[in-house]
Each structure stands twice: as C-alpha cells, then as structure tokens.
Design a protein around this ligand. Structure first.
Ligand code: MN
Length: 207
C-alpha cells in the first residue's frame, strides 16, 4: 500500500467566477496570485503533510515532531478551507454588495439594530485586526446569535462547531498588489463584492 492510500488528499476547488470578475474592486492580478499561488500552495502543503503523516502512521519514519505535523496540517488545511469559503463569499461585480435580505438581513437588523450599524461594527473589527488573519461572522445555533470574531493567522480564536457565515481575508497577499499598504481601501472595496446570497445559504443550513 502506498502512503497515499492511508490519507485521502485535498483538491483545489475551481473559482466560482472568472479571474477578472471582481474588477475593479479586486484586480485579476490579485486573484491570480492569491488563488493560483497562495491557495494552491496551502493545498499542496496540506497534502505533503498528509503524506508525511501517512508515513508516520505506517511506521516508515524513524523520528518525527508530532506537534509540528499538527501545526503544519492545521495551518494548511485551514488555509485551504478558509480560502474556499472566501471565494464563495464574494460575487462578481454588479452581482454582489448592497444589503442582505432573507433571514440573514432580519437577524442582522434585530441584533445590531440596523444593517448600517452592523456594517460599521464589522468594519471596525476588520480594521482592528493586528497583522495577518481573517474577520469572520459566525452563527451560534445554541443562542441563535450572529457573532463576529477575528482569526489571527489561520488558526486562532476558532469557537468549536460554529459555522462560518461570512469571512474576509486580511492577509497582505489579498490586497497588496492593488492597494499596497492601504488595507482599509481593500476592506471598503470588499463590501462591494459580498455575496449575501451565499451567506444566507450558509445560515439557512443551521436554522
Ligand atoms: Mn489568502
């Protein structure tokens, strides 16, 4: 049995739109490097880590650092899964942005008093993220609340079992080629491509 037989591999999912579909808000150059470079890299490195873990499982290696393997796996698998969400959470220019309808719109207005207030608070959360990471909207079925948090890097502050409804990539690779060090300009532009219908579908699975 080859080591690939023990652990099945991850695959890079197709982008849900053309590479220039988010122009002018997010340039095709940014998406190209982000998707074909970074996201693909997380998939490649997650699979390489799985290969290594397969060899460990089979007793084929003399020594290994189990915490290092776990850390590598979490970084790269979360990198892969978070990016898959991020792509789907955006819609082509002209089709995204605006305000959410449906249950999501109702819940946002009930909990945050208005969409504008929610947008202000979510923007404050995005802008406050120190360094590298993500800003995330969660749904907690236990309370019925929508809550937001930030992930530092790929793996901090994750509340177990809570489904992500909406997510924003704030790594420099998500904006630097277009917006340089002006992260806030990228975050302002991101609102124009939010796919509220995708966020609503994610929420509906848990209501
Ligand atoms: Mn990224």
């Amino acid at each position: 049995m080859s080591s690939a037989d023990l652990f099945r591999k991850y695959e890079l999912p197709a982008l849900p739109y053309k590479i220039d579909a988010l122009e002018p808000h997010i340039s095709s150059q940014v998406i190209d490097v982000h998707y074909n470079g970074h996201h693909k890299g997380y998939v490649t490195n997650a699979n390489a880590t799985l290969d290594r873990i397969s060899k460990v499982a089979k007793g084929d290696v003399a020594s290994y650092d189990i915490q290092g393997l776990i850390r590598n796996l979490i970084f790269n698998v979360n990198g892969h899964k978070l990016h898959s969400l991020y792509w789907q959470n955006m819609a082509p220019s002209g089709k995204g942005g605006g305000r959410p309808g449906g249950k999501l719109g109702d819940m946002i207005e009930r909990q945050y008093t208005s969409f504008d207030r929610f947008k202000q608070l979510f923007s404050e959360a995005m802008r406050s993220l120190p360094g590298t990471g993500w800003t995330v909207l969660y749904y907690d079925a236990e309370t019925g609340n929508l809550e937001f948090t930030t992930f530092e890097n790929h793996f901090m502050n994750h509340i177990a079992e809570l489904p992500v409804i909406l997510i924003v990539d704030e790594f420099e690779h998500a904006y630097y080629l277009q917006y340089k060090n002006n992260r806030n300009a990228y975050l302002d532009a991101w609102w124009n491509v939010v796919n509220w219908e995708d966020a609503e579908r994610r929420l509906q699975k848990h209501l």
